[in-house]
Design a protein around this ligand. Structure first.
Ligand code: ATP
Ligand code: MG
Length: 314
């Protein structure tokens, strides 16, 4: 059976004047999955999300969301945390959440009741009756986030939800995203922080310069690079001649090389037979960092990491 999709975008293009912000992006988000859009500043993430939600129209290309080509007609079934944050400063946290729910069709009393539960579950129960203006920036952002899910949307779209949160709140948000997925929701979020994408996402898209550079599962991304073997012979000075794959390089008294397509078995047997023995052997999956460097190039990855670091220093 084909995977049911919560959202598809086909060849989306958006120009702002002479600037092409999004240049032919295709995205497929399976129902019930967590999907990440990863890319550096100015990559086109926000513009893509806005087109998907029908806030702006693409110049060309199409999108289908929860079975409709008119995303705005599905707004009650969608939760959205926009890039620009903002709540009414004199509303209490609980009311602010209920208010956002009401805008998406949730009855007020139900919204207030759910808001109290959500705040408590998120560890923010103490702020339930605090006015927004009294909250820290990160806490206010978390309240807005709760407001975007209070009506139990089927599809949750979060634009850079981790930006501006301290590590404790980032962890809370990761837990919340997983809990919403377990509830059956589909979650789509943008980020320039690889760690969140790596831990959370079933699938991801990497966008740079408005172009899609990768789309697929994290596992598929990883599978584009072979696993590496780190092997140390008993005799560290031994020259292993042509026993190892030709691209093996010396490393710390041992050798590093890609695990051959045929696997390690034959190679290990040869090493044991030859008498070199095995003082150490470990197999390491390439990190998502290495995979991205291969897929999108060192410059793009460095840019994303520099942004993530700058963010963490705030
Ligand atoms: N309303 C607009 N008018 C003109 N140019 C725009 C507009 N919105 C976005 N752009 C340009 O389009 C490009 C993509 O912007 P976008 O906001 O989609 O990137 P992003 O990936 O969300 O970046 P960030 O990580 O900084 O949020 C940028 O060059 C930006 O300057
Ligand atoms: Mg953005």
């Amino acid at each position: 059976m084909a995977t049911e999709l919560a959202l598809t975008a086909t060849a989306l293009v958006k120009d702002f004047g002479s600037k092409r912000a999004v240049d032919g992006v295709d995205i497929q988000v399976p129902k019930g999955s967590i999907y990440g859009i990863l890319g550096p500043n100015g990559a086109g993430k926000t513009t893509t999300l806005r087109m998907l939600l029908g806030i702006i129209d693409p110049d060309s290309g199409s999108r289908e969301l929860l079975g409709t080509r008119h995303p705005r007609s599905a707004s009650h079934r969608i939760g959205y945390l926009p890039e620009e944050r903002g709540l009414y400063p004199s509303m209490k946290a609980r009311e602010a959440i209920a208010f956002m729910g009401a805008l998406r069709g949730l009855p007020w009393a139900e919204g207030r009741a759910r808001a109290a539960v959500l705040l408590k579950e998120a560890g923010l129960g103490h702020a339930t009756n605090d006015k927004i203006k009294k909250l820290s920036k990160g806490m206010a952002q978390f309240v807005q986030l709760l407001g975007s899910i209070v009506h139990k949307p089927e599809l949750i779209v979060l634009d850079e939800p981790f930006s501006g949160l301290d590590p404790v709140n980032q962890e809370r948000l990761e837990a919340l995203i997983l809990a919403e997925r377990d509830r059956g929701a589909t979650i789509l979020f943008s980020t320039h922080i690889m760690g969140h994408a790596e831990r959370l996402c079933d699938r991801l898209a990497i966008i740079a310069g408005g172009r899609l550079r990768y789309e697929g599962s994290v596992a598929e991304a990883r599978a584009t690079m072979p696993i590496q073997a780190h092997y140390t012979p008993r005799d560290k000075d031994a020259s292993l001649g042509d026993l190892l794959p030709p691209e093996a390089v010396r490393d710390n008294g041992g050798y590093v090389f890609d695990v051959p397509d045929s696997g390690m078995e034959a190679l290990l047997a040869r090493l044991l037979e030859s008498g070199y023995g095995i003082a150490g052997l470990s197999l390491e999956r390439p990190s998502l960092h290495d995979v991205f460097v291969k897929l999108v190039g060192e410059k793009t990855v460095e840019q994303m990491e520099a942004e993530a670091e700058a963010e963490a220093a705030l």
